[in-house]
Ligand binder design. Structure first.
Ligand code: CA
Length: 172
């Protein structure tokens, strides 16, 4: 079953999405703000994330950037904002698709399915490439996942890791 995380602060909209997603056999988790969304994403490992950019606690683009450190799963932005700048910014921050409210539910769900399919094809071709080279023993997908989880767990949000190398001569 495909697991979808809905990060959205409007309860009626969340309810509508949950009803439609479950009716189409998706597993659904929901989060009303960015911090909860990141926590649920880390715990539940969703196959796709539906993300509202206008959240009460965090900037939507920041949520996209932090989700990208956690998961390669597709992020579909669902936003009432309309400027093309914002769409470009969301895609550059790591989103896979951008849907403007209001939208047709079937269109959104088709977009989610397509994004999940693309990601799965990409991941399986990476794994196949590793097997075919033979000499490599590292699984790039698993390796990266571990590294990403470690970074997320140890770095503060603003990333002060440069401090640790500042005392080493010639390091800068
Ligand atoms: Ca909102």
């Amino acid at each position: 079953m495909t697991r979808v995380l809905v990060v959205e602060d409007e309860p009626l909209f969340v309810r509508a999405l949950v009803i439609h997603l479950r009716a189409r056999q998706f597993d659904v988790d929901t989060a009303p703000d960015g911090a909860t969304g990141l926590q649920v994403a880390a715990e539940k490992r969703p196959d796709a994330v539906l993300l509202d950019l206008g959240l009460p606690d965090m900037d939507g683009f920041e949520v996209i950037a932090r989700l990208r450190r956690l998961t390669r799963s597709p992020i579909v932005v669902v936003s009432a904002r309309r400027t093309s700048d914002e769409k470009v910014e969301a895609l550059e921050a790591g989103a896979d698709d951008y849907v403007t409210k209001p939208f047709a539910m079937d269109e959104l769900l088709a977009g989610v399915r397509a994004a999940v399919r693309r990601t799965r094809i990409k991941e399986s071709s990476v794994i196949r490439a590793t097997v075919e080279t033979g000499s490599l023993s590292v699984d790039p997908v698993a390796g990266q996942r571990t590294a990403e989880a470690g970074v997320f767990g140890s770095l503060p949000p603003n990333g002060t890791c440069s401090r640790s190398s500042s005392g080493i001569p010639g390091s800068s």
